[in-house]
Design a protein around this ligand. Structure first.
Ligand code: SME
Length: 137
């Protein structure tokens, strides 16, 4: 419908804006919980296309955040055993859950080709972005 089209357009623009303005944000995307299927579905993103358009709850960094409701900062993806590699160039990842009325409905996921680039500043910033996104969903 018209509304979801415009939300996707705006989310895509947010992804592009983040990717092009933060040098160590190399892939930026939103995943959303897919109905009651216990899986995440890829939404708008900026960066290289990924094969991982569906991620079961519990799988990878994203799937873990779907269950934990907590930020997950990964300074070195090679040190993670429950990790889904999207690209061999990725060194680090941050996933911040997106809450609507206190419910975890999805997440913003950022991959970096720079080792250990993410700090609490990124966490607070992405929490703010998600709070703003929650208002337009
Ligand atoms: N690395 C993620 C999968 C999504 S891609 O980064 C786009 C994970 O382990 O969940």
């Amino acid at each position: 419908n018209e509304k979801s089209k415009s939300v996707d357009t705006r989310l895509g623009e947010i992804c592009e804006l983040l990717k092009s303005n933060v040098p160590y944000y190399d892939w930026v995307g939103f995943y959303f919980k897919n109905g009651d299927k216990h899986e995440l579905k890829l939404g708008p993103y900026a960066g290289a296309p990924t094969d991982h358009t569906i991620i079961p709850f519990g799988k990878g960094i994203c799937g873990q955040v779907a269950l934990s409701n907590q930020n997950f900062v990964v300074p070195d993806v090679s040190a993670q055993d429950n990790y889904i590699a999207c690209s061999i160039t990725v060194k680090a990842e941050i996933v911040v859950p997106l809450f609507v009325n206190g419910e975890n409905v999805g997440q913003i996921d950022i991959d970096s080709n720079t080792p250990d680039p993410f700090s609490e500043v990124d966490e607070r910033f992405l929490e703010f972005i998600n709070q703003e996104v929650a208002k337009i969903l």
